[in-house]
Design a protein around this ligand. Structure first.
Ligand code: GLN
Length: 246
């Protein structure tokens, strides 16, 4: 097994609301506990992005104004690298504001922020309240349906293209647009581009999902990663499910 997980966080200062960087800490700890190496680098505005130097690319959530700063840079300076990474089967994991930027555009009160076009979807900030609350979705990544539980807070409504796979089906909460019953999206040549509105931080409450991201990034199966003592993580997951009402 490649014994180092190399993670690249895009815009770690600007795209990090609700302590989304907790997702990175969880990935790091689980690698350490398994005796795997973990390398984290960050790329900011104007920085070059090397698609071959990382196994997993991460984009957190952002306020509209911070997203506007990143959108242009991501769609121009990082676009080709991200497409190459996706074509090579690298994991690209984006939450909330980062998820919105995986699509074609984010229409913000008439101003269209560009996306990187990795997944066929678009987001519009429509009239109406922000979609806020605890959320649970059913996700089938391999064969077994599992529950991803967390929290969402977004003004944008995301519509998936006709052939775009959602990440999951909403059990409780709003999901992509409060109507479709879909949450998140999967794309890329090998389904390794994953976006979700659940954030803040999501992975400590869903360690099983963190392990799928890690295993996929390392081209391994989850069982090859080995079992950890997940009593605390299981309790956090159960609490997040209870908060969502399932
Ligand atoms: N700014 C985006 C929205 O409100 C995303 C917010 C977020 O990342 N929480 O839709």
């Amino acid at each position: 097994m490649a014994d180092v997980l190399r993670v690249c966080a895009l815009y770690p200062d600007l795209m990090n609301i609700y302590a989304d960087r907790g997702n990175l800490q969880l990935l790091r700890k689980r690698c350490e506990w398994r005796g795997l190496g973990f390398e984290l680098s960050g790329v900011g505005l104007d920085d070059p992005l090397d698609p071959d130097a990382h196994d997993l690319f991460y984009v957190g959530g952002g306020q509209d104004r911070d997203q506007a700063l990143c959108a242009e840079d991501m769609a121009t300076n990082k676009r080709d690298a991200l497409h190459k990474a996706a074509d090579d089967g690298k994991v690209i994991f984006a939450v909330c504001g980062g998820y919105q930027l995986l699509g074609h555009s984010y229409d913000l009160d008439g101003t269209k922020l560009p996306g990187v076009g990795l997944v066929d979807l678009e987001t519009v900030r429509e009239e109406g309240p922000r979609l806020i609350g605890n959320v649970a979705i059913e996700v089938t990544l391999d064969d077994t349906p599992q529950v991803l539980a967390g929290f969402e807070n977004h003004g944008g409504r995301t519509r998936l293209g006709a052939d775009t796979r959602p990440l999951g089906r909403v059990l409780k909460g709003h999901g992509n647009d409060g109507r479709s019953g879909f949450e998140g999206a999967r794309g890329g040549a090998r389904g390794t581009v994953v976006g979700t509105y659940l954030h803040g931080p999501l992975l400590p409450k869903n360690a099983w999902f963190a392990d799928w991201l890690t295993a996929t990034a390392l081209h391994r199966t989850v069982s090859e990663l080995g079992v950890l003592d997940d009593r605390l993580e299981d309790a956090a997951h159960a609490a997040a499910r209870r908060a969502a009402g399932i």
